[in-house]
Ligand binder design. Structure first.
Ligand code: NAD
Length: 283
């Protein structure tokens, strides 16, 4: 069994980004990321802090717009409109989830597609489905980058993705399809989940339920990518896979933490850099 070390790869990627940012600096460009955080959810705050720190490490300018829980949708949309016009901002990211009174789709659709570094705008989602260049959501992008780094063949493989959200499962399925894998997307309504997971050469899980994936439902020598993040009562961070019992059966497996999490941040930085490189033709 080999560990898919997302932490180490993310570090390599950050080092490369830092060098590219220095080159852009010489051309008078500092890549800029604006993050909008609504409300005081501790998990969201912690993710936003991690993103801001990663920007700082790599020389990307970042600014966080903190807004109260009861913010009116119109004010949020005005902030996005202002950021869309700001020539120093290359990427705009709205930390999800948003409060219930806000229409998340309307907010995501307000972001200019060329600044949509989270890749959640339907424009970029559509481009992924059509296998065209665009912004790929950071978590699915990080998963594919990690697998490719370890030279894991995707073409022709049976890939099962458990969890079918717009931000993780669905785009991840589309990316695997673009790599010529055969994909199965499972979700809460899937009947007999084990029937599918047992057939997976590559099993990716993005649900948020610790120990959902046990060793009896994983194929021998499977590649297992654990995307889930849950905080246990004792403070430990775990994924969706029963790691101690599943890992001996795998050919490759991601740890939690230290697997997909750091790759997500690195991918966001890559997207911001990509947006900055396109800047001269945009303004
Ligand atoms: P979500 O709640 O939007 O979607 C969860 C998905 O899991 C849904 O499609 C649902 O149908 C499915 N599901 C729920 N229970 C199931 C079950 N028993 N069997 C099969 N499918 C089931 O969540 P999300 O935003 O996609 O996030 C999923 C997990 O990934 C969470 O733990 C989240 O914290 C984590 N996550 C991690 C990263 C990272 O960087 N590592 C990034 C994003 C999300």
């Amino acid at each position: 069994m080999q560990i898919l070390d997302g932490k180490a790869l993310a570090q390599n990627i950050e080092n490369k980004i830092q060098k590219e940012v220095e080159i852009l600096n010489k051309q008078g460009i500092t890549p800029g990321l604006a993050v909008i955080l609504v409300g005081g959810d501790p998990a969201s705050q912690s993710y936003v802090n991690m993103k801001a720190k990663a920007c700082k490490r790599t020389g990307i300018y970042s600014i966080t717009h903190e807004m109260p829980e009861n913010i009116q949708q119109e004010s949020l949309l005005q902030t996005i409109a202002m950021l869309n016009q700001n020539p120093n901002i290359d990427g705009i990211l709205v930390q999800l989830p948003l409060p219930k009174h806000i229409d998340t789709t309307a907010v995501l659709e307000a972001i200019a597609p060329h600044k949509d570094v989270d890749g959640f705008h339907p424009f970029n989602m559509g481009r992924i489905l059509a296998n065209l260049d665009g912004f790929i959501p950071a978590t699915p992008m990080g998963v594919i980058t990690l697998l490719k780094h370890y030279h894991i063949t995707l073409q022709g493989k049976n890939v099962v993705v458990v969890g079918a959200s717009n931000i993780v499962g669905k785009p991840l399925g589309a990316l695997f399809l673009n790599e010529n894998a055969t994909i199965t997307l499972c979700h809460i309504y899937t009947q007999d989940l084990a029937k599918f997971t047992k057939e997976a050469d590559i099993l990716c899980v993005a649900v948020g339920k610790p120990n959902l994936i046990t060793k009896d439902i994983v194929k021998e020598n499977a590649v297992v990518v654990d995307i889930g993040i849950s905080k246990l009562e004792d403070g430990r961070i775990v994924g969706d896979v029963d790691y101690p019992n599943v890992s001996p059966k795998c050919s490759f497996i991601t740890p939690v933490p230290g697997g997909v999490g750091p790759m997500t941040i690195a991918s966001l930085l890559q997207n911001t850099l990509k947006a900055a490189k396109l800047r001269p033709s945009k303004h």
